[in-house]
Structures are given as structure tokens and as C-alpha cells.
Design a protein around this ligand. Structure first.
Ligand code: FAD
Length: 414
């Protein structure tokens, strides 16, 4: 028998007998890996399968990709033992300025600012994607309850009695529940016949890092422009770039590709036309990434001994930086139910547990889906009536501290 408890990425040294675990997770992205760490910490035996080797950790430089981690997600990462493994302290977000305008023009005078007065803790933390990966890998490898199969191509058989996952190299995992955390194009979801509704935006997100002249003071900017929102998010500085931020910048597809391909100086000029001079001189740092933006949702989150989590269940517009946070909310709900079942000696794949998971997550995820879609439609255009409506909305929220606090609490996931 292949014993769970030792991780082995290559498969070398692992016998081809079956590993008996409680939960098998397909996808070692941030959602699948965090779920594995959280469950393993409570004594649940978990197998994690990814078709790719866990992303390499050796890139020493900030590569521009980062996540805004909400307060509720930070608590989850703490509970999963991951937060303490982050190689550098994430940057707290303590101030968010929301403005509306046109490229090359000063923003509308009606702005909305969330400040330290609106919350007794940071609104979120900016963590490098690379740093989160390092921390997840370290936690997975340190956990005696995790069996890791990566890289591995697997086939899955599910029925009322259980789940059998067989890798091409004949390694076998038997589990009582399968979690599909294999991202937007989830093969596990399509093999289960769960339909997805997709909403293309015709927009792409340019993601990069910038160094700037003045400190960001832990402040973020969300500037709404007709082509799509432009966000500057504060990052922990490095010796080379003490004042550093991440940029997530949405534009219509063709424009995004054209802008991302500009030479250094011209790209810097386009950044300044959108950000103004609040951070002084701005210099792009490192690679630029372009992601097509779309939204989608699965018609249901469960099938026989299967649940969907993270992007496999839902993908939203990054306008509010909430995509991964929504996935982490799935992990919080699912891990609570599974840990409870484990402690009571109950079946983790029972239809009742699966129904409770779907009831807890899907309605709130659908709300976020609708809200981010509406925000994008309201803000990513130059219609004068909508411009006036959103300026009135921004000014209204600014005027009422209780409304601001309600917004903040929801976005923080607390
Ligand atoms: C431009 C942009 C900016 C964003 N910014 C933010 C932000 O600031 N904050 C935020 O919260 N979210 C943000 N998001 C969203 C966030 O990136 C995703 O929500 C998050 O990556 C989802 O994690 P996941 O683990 O569910 O899926 P993924 O990260 O897609 O991971 C899926 C994993 O499954 C594996 N896999 C796939 N298929 C198979 C298979 N057949 N067999 C085995 N393994 C498989 C993959 O190798 C991968 O490791 C952003 C997204 C975009 C596009």
C-alpha cells in the first residue's frame, strides 16, 4: 500500500499500491493547495494532484503578479499554517481612493476614499503570487497528512461508494470525496457534465509592477476609465525599488495588447496618463502580463462525491480584486464542513454535506458575480448619463460613513 504521509513530486520511491485518503483535490493552485493545508492540519488525510509540477520557486525578483488578500482570507491562510511561511511580509492596504475619469484628464472631483477610519484593521494585504506559491509549497511539503502527485495526469472514477484516481504511471488514490480545484477550464467539472455559463468581456487585463518616486503610504487607487478600471496596489518595496506597486489595468482586447507591447518609455507615459502624478515619476519594472477577462459560473457545485471550488466553480471580473478571495471563501466553508464531519466520524462525501456546501457558497458567489459585472458595465464606458449616475453614487457613498463601513466589511470578508 502506498502510504499517505510522504509527499513525492516525481513519483520516484512511491509504490504503485493505492493511497487511502479522505479527500482528493485536483488542482494545486492557491485554492486547492490552501484547502489541502487547512484540512491536513486538522488530521484529515488529503491527496493533491496537479498536472503541472508545482510552479518553480527560484525566481528571485518580483514579477508583477500579486493578489489582494482580504482579511477573511488572511485568517484562512493563518489557520492553514501558510501565512507564516510567506517569504516576505505582505503590504497592508490601509487607504483606497476610488476615482472616475478619462485618460489624460484629471479625475472627476467627486471621489470616494476608504481610510483607516473606516476599519480597525487593514482592508487587505498585497502578497506576491510568487511568495504565496513559496508558502503553499513549503506548507504542503511539511505536512505529514498530504500525499502529492505532481506532475500527474489522472483519470477519475466516482460512484456512490467512493472515488478512485489513477495516474498514468499507475499510482492510485482512493478517496471519499473529490474536490475539483482545477481552475476555469476545469476538466473535472466538464467530465462531471456540470454546465457553465460564460460571459466574455472583450477586455484584457494588463498586469505589471511599477517603481515610483514617492512612497505609496499603503494606499491603493482604483481609477475607472472608459476602457476599463485601472488599479494601483501597494507592494512591499525591495532594496532596488523601495517604492513599489502592482498594476492591474483593464482595456479593450486590442488596445491592451497594443499597450502592453509598447517600448519602455511609451508604456511609462501611458501609465502616467492614467495615474496622474500622485506618486511622482513612474517606471515600469519587469515583465508585463496580459490576461483575457471573462466571467463564468457553474450551474451547480456538486455531483456524486464531487464538489467544485475556486475558479472551477466561478470566475469573476477582477474589477474588485475579489476572484481568489471568493475561492478562499469556498475553502473556508468547505473546510469547516469537512473538519466537522471528520471529527464526528461522518462521511465527507455524503449528499447532505455536499448540499450544505452548495447552499452556503453559491448564492453569495452569484451575488459577487452580479455585482462585479454591474460595476464593470456601469464604469467601463463613456455614456454621459452613466457618468453622472456613477459620480452621484461615488459621492453618496463618500458622504455616509456607515455605508462606507458596510462596503468595507463585505469586501474584507468579515
Ligand atoms: C488579471 C487578473 C488579476 C487578478 N487579480 C486578483 C486579485 O488581486 N485578487 C484576487 O483575489 N484574485 C485575483 N484574480 C483572480 C485569481 O487569479 C484567481 O481567482 C485564482 O488564481 C483562482 O485560483 P484557483 O486555485 O481556483 O485556480 P488556478 O489558479 O487556475 O489553479 C488551478 C490549478 O489546477 C491545475 N490543473 C488544471 N487542470 C488540471 C487537470 N486536468 N489535472 C490536474 N491539475 C490541473 C493547474 O495546473 C493549476 O495549478 C485575478 C485574475 C486575473 C485574470
Amino acid at each position: 500500500m502506498m502510504t499517505s504521509g510522504k509527499t513525492d513530486e516525481s513519483g520516484a520511491g512511491v509504490s504503485t499500491g493505492a493511497a487511502e485518503v479522505d479527500i482528493c483535490i485536483i488542482g494545486a493552485g492557491p485554492v486547492g493547495a490552501t484547502l489541502a493545508c487547512r484540512l491536513a492540519r486538522e488530521g484529515v488525510r488529503v491527496a493533491v494532484v496537479d498536472r503541472a509540477p508545482l510552479p518553480p520557486m527560484e525566481h528571485p525578483d518580483f514579477d508583477g503578479r500579486a493578489y489582494a488578500i482580504a482579511a477573511g482570507s488572511k485568517k484562512l491562510l493563518d489557520d492553514a499554517g501558510v501565512w507564516g511561511h510567506l517569504p516576505q511580509v505582505p503590504c497592508p492596504i490601509e487607504d483606497i481612493l476610488v476615482t472616475d475619469g478619462r485618460v489624460g484628464e484629471a479625475p472627476s472631483p467627486l471621489s470616494l476614499e476608504f481610510t483607516r477610519e473606516d476599519s480597525d484593521q487593514p482592508f487587505g494585504w498585497m502578497a506576491e503570487a510568487r511568495a504565496l506559491r513559496v508558502a503553499l509549497n513549503a506548507t504542503l511539503h511539511a505536512s505529514p497528512n498530504v500525499t502529492l502527485l505532481a506532475p500527474a495526469e489522472v483519470t477519475v472514477v466516482r460512484n456512490e461508494a467512493g472515488v478512485t484516481v489513477t495516474a498514468k504511471d499507475r499510482r492510485v488514490v482512493r478517496a471519499r470525496l473529490l474536490v475539483a480545484a482545477d481552475g476555469r477550464a476545469s476538466r473535472t467539472r466538464s467530465q462531471a457534465g456540470i454546465p457553465v455559463t460564460k460571459l466574455p468581456y472583450g477586455q484584457s487585463g494588463i498586469v505589471c509592477a511599477i517603481a515610483h518616486e514617492y512612497p505609496h503610504d499603503n494606499g491603493a487607487l482604483e481609477h475607472f476609465l472608459p476602457g476599463g478600471p485601472f488599479a494601483q496596489l501597494p507592494m512591499t518595496g525591495t532594496a532596488e525599488f523601495p517604492h513599489l506597486s502592482a498594476v492591474v489595468w483593464s482595456e479593450k482586447d486590442a488596445m491592451a495588447h497594443r499597450l502592453a507591447g509598447l517600448p519602455h518609455e511609451a508604456f511609462a507615459r501611458e501609465l502616467r496618463r492614467r495615474m496622474g502624478d500622485r506618486l511622482g515619476e513612474v517606471t515600469p519594472v519587469g515583465r508585463r502580463w496580459v490576461y483575457p477577462l471573462s466571467a463564468q459560473y457553474a450551474q451547480r457545485y456538486t455531483a456524486t462525491r464531487l464538489v467544485l471550488a475556486g475558479d472551477a466553480a466561478h470566475g469573476i471580473h477582477p474589477i474588485a480584486g475579489q476572484g481568489l478571495n471568493l475561492g478562499f471563501r469556498d475553502v473556508i466553508a468547505l473546510s469547516e464542513l469537512l473538519i466537522e464531519a471528520h471529527q464526528r466520524g461522518e462521511d465527507p462525501g455524503s449528499p447532505a454535506l455536499l448540499a450544505r456546501y452548495q447552499a452556503r457558497c453559491r448564492p453569495t458567489n452569484m451575488l459577487m458575480f452580479v455585482a462585479t459585472d454591474a460595476l464593470d458595465r456601469l464604469f467601463s464606458n463613456d455614456n454621459p448619463v452613466l457618468r453622472m449616475a456613477r459620480d452621484v453614487g461615488i459621492a453618496t457613498v463618500q458622504r455616509f460613513p456607515r455605508l462606507r463601513k458596510a462596503f468595507v466589511k463585505h469586501a474584507m470578508g468579515i
